[in-house]
Design a protein around this ligand. Structure first.
Ligand code: TYD
Length: 139
């Protein structure tokens, strides 16, 4: 049963170079799971929010490869906002937490790694249902 305290910023390796910087991430290493899926969010119009949901099984790492985004994570009791604004920071979000993405900067580009393939059944999209599952210790 994950809580806010299980959400972690992962500092990825970075090679700063006058020719341009380089960072990378490896599964089961910097990314603390086997990567089954990668997706990205881009061209977000000003003021739009994304990702108001929880996953039953999917763990994620979110990286703001370009620009900045706020990721708000909620365990049903507490909320915490993580401002991602460096391409060498990954935010690890365990399964079973509600999360929303807000305040995208212009031209921001957020990359996400997931631990399971896409399944609509893995989503909890109703916040009251999420709260009930948390309260009942089922998530
Ligand atoms: P969704 O996860 O609902 O976006 P957000 O969390 O930002 O609101 O995904 C939007 C649509 O994209 C949804 O209809 C399902 C589809 N989708 C896939 O088909 N595969 C994927 O890996 C993801 C993340 C989404």
């Amino acid at each position: 049963m994950a809580s806010i305290d299980d959400v972690k910023i992962i500092e990825l390796p970075k090679f700063l170079d006058a020719r341009g910087n380089l960072s990378f991430a490896e599964q089961n290493n910097h990314i603390p799971f086997e990567i089954k899926r990668t997706y990205w969010i881009y061209d977000v119009p000003g003021g739009e929010d994304r990702g108001g949901h929880a996953f039953r099984e999917n763990q994620e790492v979110v990286i703001a490869l370009s620009g900045a985004v706020d990721v708000i994570v909620d365990d049903g009791v507490s909320q915490k906002t993580f401002r991602l604004d460096r391409s060498y920071y990954g935010l690890y979000i365990p399964k079973g937490l509600w999360r929303t993405m807000e305040c995208f900067s212009t031209n921001s580009f957020a990359l996400e790694f997931g631990s399971v393939a896409y399944s609509a059944d893995d989503y909890i999209r109703d916040y009251d249902e999420f709260l009930k599952l948390k309260k009942d210790g089922k998530l």
